[in-house]
Design a protein around this ligand. Sequence first.
Ligand code: ZN
Length: 254
Amino acid sequence: MLNDAAFMRYSRQLMLEEFGPQAQEKLLAAKVLIVGLGGLGSPAALYLAAAGIGTLFLADDDQLHITNLQRQILYRTADLDQPKASLAKRELLRLNPLCEAVAISERLAGDALLRAIGNADIILDCSDNMETRHAINKACVDMGKTLISGSAVGFSGQLLVIEAPYLHGCYACLYPVQETVQRNCRTSGVLGPVVGTIGTLQALETLKILAGLPSSLSGKLRLFDGKTQNWRSLQLTRSPACSVCGGHREYSCQ
Ligand SMILES: [Zn+2]
């Protein structure tokens, strides 16, 4: 049951016909893992904490660098050289003390990645490298989890939602592991609001899915062009040859 403080804090979303107290209680019970607390993870984590997600697992192995502050809006200049995961936890609890936040100051891989994904209801991939993206995708598909994947570089952003039973494939169908080309903010640059737009929309899809509303993105790849502010949508199709989801047709949906 929501108490008075929660009713007041979340009143503007509780007013929504499609939302209401039942949806709020689902958020309160939810566990969300955010992998990467940079330009995508910052707005995603802020909106999810503000909206009242029960538990946020916050994974990042980096310390705050001066070059991060142009787009990573969770942090302040005084925070330089400190671990991002604990900085993020501090800021999010200052924003909303009703949430629980768990800082994971390590690069999630292997068993630690599997454990973290196993503990979460929804996973946000806000990471900045293809190796991590593929590892997250595989673990999510293996465990039947919902993955909300975002990325941005230059003026371009992209967003996709991958849900069991993965009828439209997975991240590896779109970007086969062997064909991966590495391009990231460190080498190519990015404008803050471009990466912020994508991270914000990752939070929006998370809230909708947790509240029981359908995700309009399921099975689609959304591409954002920050120069023209145009969006394109591509229908995803499962690759029968995909080494990750190709053999997983028989998922039972909860
Ligand atoms: Zn696949």
